[in-house]
Design a binder for this molecule. Structure first.
Ligand SMILES: [Mg+2]
Length: 252
């Protein structure tokens, strides 16, 4: 019997960068009665609240105490204590690392003709400093879902950008995630880092965890979890996840 359900967010719990559906919210709430629940994603803390926590229908303090937020690929960890979210740890990038990564991604995307500045909405940006990682979002954060899906459905554009980034700044790791994103991190600061800290913080073993992700193929941002030997369910979308969760909750 698993003790922990861990989830990628983008395309696993939601449609990338949007709040989870009522269905997923209700299923997650039920999961909190039986499991430690750990969303882990490259996104920022405020997005965890908007996309997941705020969508849960009337969670109790007891239920929230079983929700563990592994922000920015688990380089930041938040837990709910005494009625509020508390940051338990944080491992940020240095200013120099952020600058080097940002310049590298911009140069690579420009060379390849994938720097789509003209398509950005007002106030939006392509490269975002998420403290523990730098994220490239080809069309910015605010672009519509359909537009994002259409930009790089086969990952080919991002694979080219990543290949060029690796030539220019091989000291960093680049992972493809979401629909238009590339996350740049220092080696080891991927989901392995987050999952390793999860094991420590929750005092559990690898075998206690079941992980859900949509990018479990080599090069995808969920693949490091597979490589760790953690049991993984590969989903195409949140409907697949809901289906699997119904199965799990149905046999408890
Ligand atoms: Mg994903």
């Amino acid at each position: 019997m698993k003790k922990v359900l861990a989830f990628d967010i983008d395309q696993t719990l939601n449609v990338a960068k949007t709040p989870i559906t009522d269905d997923i919210a209700s299923l997650l709430l039920q999961c909190l009665d039986h499991f430690e629940v750990c969303p882990i994603s490259g996104q920022k803390f405020d997005q965890f609240l908007i996309q997941i926590v705020d969508r849960l229908p009337h969670p109790t303090e007891e239920q929230l105490s079983h929700l563990h937020l592994f922000v920015a690929q688990g380089t930041q960890y938040y837990r709910h204590e005494d009625g509020e979210w508390k940051q338990i740890y944080n491992y940020p990038l240095t200013d120099e690392q952020v600058k080097k990564i940002s310049e590298t991604i911009e140069k690579s995307a420009r060379e390849l003709g994938y720097w789509e500045e003209d398509k950005l909405q007002a106030g939006d940006e392509i490269i975002e400093n998420r403290l523990s990682q730098v994220t490239f979002s080809a069309l910015g954060q605010k672009a519509g879902t359909e537009e994002k899906y259409a930009w790089d459905p086969d990952h080919k554009k991002r694979e080219q950008i990543v290949a060029r980034c690796k030539e220019l700044a091989p000291e960093f790791d680049y992972e493809i995630g979401g629909t238009t994103s590339i996350n740049a991190i220092t080696p080891g600061m991927n989901k392995v880092f987050g999952m390793t800290h999860l094991l420590e913080e929750l005092h559990v073993k690898k075998e206690d965890i079941l992980y859900f992700g949509d990018m479990t193929q080599p090069g995808g941002n969920d693949y490091p979890v597979v490589q760790m030997g953690i049991d993984t369910i590969t989903v195409r979308n949140h409907e697949d996840t809901a289906y699997a969760l119904r199965g799990i909750l149905g046999v408890i």
